[in-house]
Design a protein around this ligand. Structure first.
Ligand code: GSH
Length: 193
């Protein structure tokens, strides 16, 4: 979102090895978790609250558009649900648990895409929650699409892509996301973890 709106930012990545030493520092990491966004020295946590607040600040979350905000918020809540399911997948203890957790993860992605499709069709929207410009919901969908489905570094991407492709009505929408974020995706680093 920051890249596509031309807001300058710097990513700081933390490796698993570095994290245990950094985590107890409550000034830098107030919740003992990530991600954290630092703006002019003030630190913000909780991904969706931070995303919404940043979006308001740069004018891509129009609070007078109640319907658009509602749908963007639903997508953001459902996005959290996908991440909860990915957490369960990481914690799975054996093959059977992994299989169930992965099925739940795919189902959560499918659910979010059904919501996008239903609203786009009913409202004749170009984007997930409106016609004006990419919104917070679109960036959530893009994060799922480019990190889990179109990312060779994610070993299960071949199983995630069909969930997206199943929604053929969204093919043009994925192409819009791809076009809008092409520049960012080209320059984004492939991380060693
Ligand atoms: N509700 C939080 C969840 C954040 C979260 O789960 N962070 C994980 C990484 S994605 C984390 O910090 N794990 C390391 C730890 O808790 O020590 C948010 O949306 O920002």
């Amino acid at each position: 979102m920051l890249f596509s709106t031309g807001v300058e930012f710097r990513n700081k990545y933390v490796t698993q090895e570095e994290w245990p030493k950094l985590k107890p520092n409550k000034v830098q990491y107030p919740t003992g978790g990530l991600p954290i966004v630092s703006i002019n020295g003030k630190r913000y946590y909780e991904t969706m609250s931070t995303l919404r607040s940043l979006a308001m600040g740069i004018g891509v979350y129009e609070t007078s558009d109640h319907k658009g905000c509602y749908v963007n918020d639903i997508i953001m809540d459902e996005y959290n649900n996908v991440f909860e399911k990915s957490g369960a997948l990481i914690m799975a203890q054996n093959e059977e648990e992994k299989k169930i957790a992965f099925g739940n993860f795919l189902a959560a992605i499918d659910r979010i895409l059904c919501i996008v499709k239903m609203n786009k069709v009913a409202n004749k929207w170009k984007y997930a929650a409106g016609n004006e410009d990419l919104g917070t919901g679109d960036f959530c969908i893009a994060a799922l699409y480019f990190n889990f489905a179109k990312n060779e570094a994610f070993e299960a991407s071949m199983m995630v892509l069909p969930v997206f492709e199943k929604h053929v009505e969204l093919a043009d929408y994925y192409a819009i996301l791809q076009k809008a974020l092409r520049k960012y995706l080209k320059q984004r680093k492939t991380l060693p973890f």
